[in-house]
Design a protein around this ligand. Structure first.
Ligand code: AMP
Length: 278
């Protein structure tokens, strides 16, 4: 596996490889787990060269403490990527990604006004800044993202359209722990009891999936909130039922595809998850 820190060294290498191979890209913030690895595996199966990036992007953290606390496990990540058969890892410094201050403001319409966008102001603008910058550096044929960050996928697709980018976006299913908890780098920050109770989030979502069409959408939303909040360790920030374009849905007939999305606090740690209800 080749490792690059500098854009000026990575770019010519990728130009060379691009001559006879497709380039696939998996952007990450490190602290890697099986969820990330599923993206690497998918990328390897579809592309000639797999590039993964590791960069904890300050621009997307609206909470300084969350940024400070975010796990950084570079040595371990490199070993994991090497074992997973990743070809190239790009682990830049902040100066490499943002040689100049990025003042761009994206317009995502209603997409970033709800859910994560509402509770984490500026978050998606920071995501769009870093991902567009990374796309510009790597110039991938295909890029791989997790369904776990459902709203992020919508934002990235919108950004690709707005900027007329050529990369294909491949969305990969959420990988879960044995007890159902969606894998997340933040899970390692949970206390033992929080970790155990956090399984209540996916349990409530899977229950909602079973009840889809039986209860009304509103009843289902309220029941999901109630079930998660049963644990004294968990506090729901939101449960939203939306369609594939992030529009709120209140009737089962409102959309062809309906998703339940949640954000939950376990102490200081904020977790998100979603399931497709219909
Ligand atoms: P992150 O390092 O959290 O920025 O995530 C990097 C990529 O991995 C994003 O596209 C995430 O959606 C994806 N990802 C994170 N957790 C999971 C998971 N449990 N299953 C599938 N993909 C995931």
């Amino acid at each position: 596996m080749e490792k690059y820190v500098k854009v000026s060294e990575l770019k010519p290498r990728l130009s060379e490889l691009r001559k006879d191979r497709t380039v696939g890209f998996v952007p990450t913030m490190g602290a890697l787990h099986q969820g990330h690895l599923s993206l690497v595996e998918r990328c390897r199966s579809m592309c000639g060269v797999t590039v993964a990036s590791i960069f904890v992007n300050p621009a997307q953290f609206n909470d300084r403490e969350d940024y400070r606390r975010y796990p950084r496990t570079l040595e371990c990540d490199l070993e994991i990527l090497e074992n997973a058969g990743c070809d190239i890892v790009f682990a830049p410094t902040e100066e490499e990604v943002y040689p100049e201050r990025d003042n761009r403001v994206f317009d995502f319409g209603t997409l970033d006004k709800v859910m994560e966008g509402k509770f984490r102001p500026g978050h998606f603008n920071g995501v769009a800044q870093v991902v567009s910058r990374l796309f510009d550096i790597v110039n991938p044929d295909k890029s791989f993202f997790g369904q776990k960050d459902f709203q992020q996928v919508c934002i990235i697709k919108s950004m690709v359209k707005q900027l007329n980018l050529t990369t294909g976006i491949v969305v990969c299913p959420t990988v879960r722990e044995q007890d159902g908890l969606a894998m997340s780098s933040r899970n390692m920050l949970l206390s033992e009891i929080q970790r155990k109770e956090a399984a209540g989030i996916s349990r409530a979502l899977f229950h909602a999936k079973q009840q889809a069409g039986v209860m009304t959408v509103t009843e289902l939303r309220d029941e999901t909130i109630r079930r998660i909040n049963l644990s004294p360790e968990l506090k729901v920030e939101y449960v939203e039922t939306v369609d594939a374009a992030m529009q709120t849905v209140s009737e089962w007939d409102d959309a062809e595809e309906i998703f339940a999305c949640v954000a939950v606090h376990a102490g200081e740690i904020r977790l998100i998850d979603n399931v497709q209800l219909k």
